[in-house]
Design a protein around this ligand. Structure first.
Ligand code: HEM
Length: 263
């Protein structure tokens, strides 16, 4: 079974290499110097942005989908890309005002062409991203990939997990319906109970002196958190995460009996 799988991969790679040397390909992309040696390939890896962010090498033993749990980290990344684009679409219609937020969402789903689809895409991708990030974290833990030399990346990952949860939570508040309003109230009560600086945290996150009086300041703060602050932090953390994956190299499945200090 495994030999057949690698046989198929080899055939696919050979076919792709053939295609890249074909007259058709060259007539479109006009590359005179195709990489011939390993050094050429490494040079290509350094020069192309999209290729260079991937690890330069990966061991065959790490390739089976059962090891990476269907590349759950990659799945989380693409869900994030979908969220950014569908979220940009929603921003053209959503109005972050306590009087108009709910109606703007209703208008979006009932009147705007593709509005309902884009909103559902955003909602589903958001929920699936929480699941994908959680499964990815579980995989990293289960395979012991958090160990040396990937401890720092594990910490970045934990921050990414927290940011993902905050994304889902802040998005929930924005329609300012009953669910959103009371979610904001819960956030307010949690903020208020922060030891020593509760009042300041409540003021910073909700802009009110009392959790029974949530208002426009509360909604606009969570809107800015959702569409500016969290995306910015996520992009920076993902860049750091990918940089570390490249530097630490992708982990290998542990040999039977192998514990601490695996590579
Ligand atoms: C937005 C969230 C995240 C994204 C987009 C992301 C993306 C990725 C990708 C693409 C990989 C390499 C391929 C793969 O394993 O699927 C990876 C590996 C890794 N991730 Fe994440 N990740 C995220 C969250 C996390 C979390 C929550 C943790 C742990 C707390 C974590 C820890 C790691 C570690 C340690 C590796 C290296 C795994 C190895 O070498 O086997 N990541 N991540």
């Amino acid at each position: 079974m495994e030999a057949r799988f690698y046989g198929l991969i080899d055939k696919l790679v050979l076919a792709l290499q053939g295609l890249r040397r074909s007259r058709l390909w060259l007539s479109i992309f006009r590359r005179e110097h195709l990489p011939q040696t390993e050094a050429d390939y490494l040079a290509m890896n350094r020069k192309n942005f999209f290729v260079h962010i991937l690890p330069a090498t990966i061991h065959r033993k790490s390739l089976p989908l059962t090891y990476s749990w269907f590349w759950m980290g990659v799945v989380a990344f693409w869900l994030f890309v979908i969220l950014v684009f569908s979220g940009l679409f929603l921003m053209f219609y959503y109005v972050p005002s306590v009087e108009r937020a709910f109606d703007s969402v209703r208008y979006l789903i009932n009147t705007v062409p593709l509005g309902r689809f884009m909103r559902n895409l955003h909602k589903w991708a958001g929920e699936l991203m929480v699941l994908a990030v959680f499964l990815h974290m579980l995989r990293v833990f289960y395979t012991g990939s958090y160990q040396r030399p990937r401890e720092f990346n594990w910490v970045i990952g934990v921050l990414l997990f927290l940011v993902t949860i905050l994304f889902a939570f802040s998005g929930y508040i924005l329609p300012w319906d009953q669910l959103g309003y009371y979610a904001a109230k819960i956030a307010c009560n949690i903020a208020e109970n922060t030891p020593f600086v509760g009042e300041q945290v409540r003021w910073g996150l909700l802009g009110v002196g009392d959790c029974n009086n949530l208002n426009q300041f509360s909604l606009i703060r969570w809107y800015v958190i959702h569409v500016f602050f969290l995306p910015l932090v996520t992009v920076i953390l993902i860049a750091l995460h990918f940089w570390r994956i490249r530097k630490d190299e992708y982990s290998l499945p542990p040999e039977p009996g192998q514990g601490e200090g695996r590579s």
